[in-house]
Design a protein around this ligand. Structure first.
Ligand code: DAH
Length: 339
């Protein structure tokens, strides 16, 4: 029995030394010291010993048990320390790793230009209205004094959806909707997408953007038109920008003008951007045709107004010196991130 106890002691210590984790140590504790463990099994055999041997063996058994208990306690605390160390290593933060930041987006240059225009016009008392992109022939053409077969329809190659429905070719359609709904004084702008069946190139796109404007009140004259549009152009391009009003034609205005600004690239000397002319055309405008006012139930004897349609894409490309309109629509992040 003495030999057996010594064997248990040696075996327990050897196995403890080989144990890899806390669970293995605990399994050993159960196997050697548990109720059904090896020491207990030995103690159960004490009855067969002589009265002389019994206390000696009892003492030895207790000593072996204490020895193993002690070894287990030491192994257990080593295992716990090891586990803690592993966990700390795993959870350690490397403060030298560059942080992960959320990428902050930026406004599309068309939107930042539009926001600037909205600010400018709001400061002059305009409000912003919205209109449908799918329009009827009536709002896009008829009511704007462009009847069927009018040659001006050829100026705008139209995407027809049905005989009577189309993708609006101009935001001017919203002028009519606004005048039908409201009574003067009216001061509104309407930004939005417009569509024409144009081939794509550096300056053309079948989808582009306009900002329509309309003012109707008593005593509105060409001076109001000039002052308003000159103020806008100088706010956008800088106060030393020159603004030129050229006679033009639109069926829905009389008289009509086109507005040029001195080229922001070359300052008016002539360059690639202004095609050598020194000027860049940015909008069409005019005094609202009396027929258009009357068609919307506004008495042209009592009221007059002016209207304009700004080419937002042109405004944006010239402001930011963007050489190709297609860049505005391709959503290439390398391009967009520059704004
Ligand atoms: N709708 C015209 C175009 O697309 C631009 C325009 C000209 C709008 C004169 C107007 C205006 O409101 O009065 O070319």
């Amino acid at each position: 029995m003495q030999q057996k106890l010594e064997e248990i002691r040696v075996a327990a210590k050897a196995e403890l030394a080989a144990a890899e984790d806390a669970k293995a140590v605990d399994d050993l504790r159960v196997r050697y010291l548990g109720k059904k463990g090896e020491i207990t099994a030995i103690l159960k055999q004490m009855g067969s010993l002589s009265a002389e041997e019994r206390p000696k063996m009892g003492q030895l058994a207790n000593e072996v048990r204490a020895d193993i208990e002690n070894a287990i306690a030491v192994a257990m605390s080593e295992m716990n320390a090891k586990a803690l160390k592993l966990r700390l290593e795993k959870e350690a933060l490397d403060v030298s790793i560059p942080g992960k930041t959320d990428e902050v987006g930026s406004l599309h240059p068309l939107n930042s230009t539009l926001n600037k225009l909205i600010d400018i016009f709001k400061s002059m008392g305009f409000d912003v209205v919205d209109g449908p992109e799918i329009e009827t022939d009536y709002y896009n053409f008829e009511a704007l004094n462009v009847p069927q077969d009018h040659p001006a329809r050829d100026m705008q190659d139209t995407f027809y959806l049905t005989e009577n429905m189309l993708l609006r070719t101009q935001t001017s359609a919203t002028q009519i909707r606004t005048m039908e709904k409201r009574t003067p004084p009216i001061r509104m702008i309407c930004p939005g997408r417009v569509y024409r069946s144009d081939d794509v190139d550096a300056t053309h796109s079948p989808v582009f953007h306009q900002v329509e404007g309309l003012v109707v009140d008593k005593g509105i004259t060409m001076c109001d038109l000039k002052g308003t549009l000159e103020t806008m152009a100088k706010e956008i391009y800088g106060s030393d920008t020159k603004v030129k009003f050229r006679p033009s034609f639109f069926p829905f205005t009389e008289p009509s003008v086109e507005v040029d600004v001195s080229c922001s690239e070359c300052g008016g000397k002539g360059c690639r951007v202004c095609k050598g002319s020194g000027w860049i055309e940015i909008l069409g405008a005019g005094m609202v045709h009396p027929k258009v006012l009357a068609g919307c139930g506004i008495d042209p004897e009592e009221y007059s107004g002016f209207a304009f349609g700004i080419g937002l894409d042109r405004l944006t490309t010239t402001r930011h010196k963007i050489s190709d309109i297609r860049l505005l629509f391709e959503n290439d992040l390398r391009f967009l991130k520059q704004f």
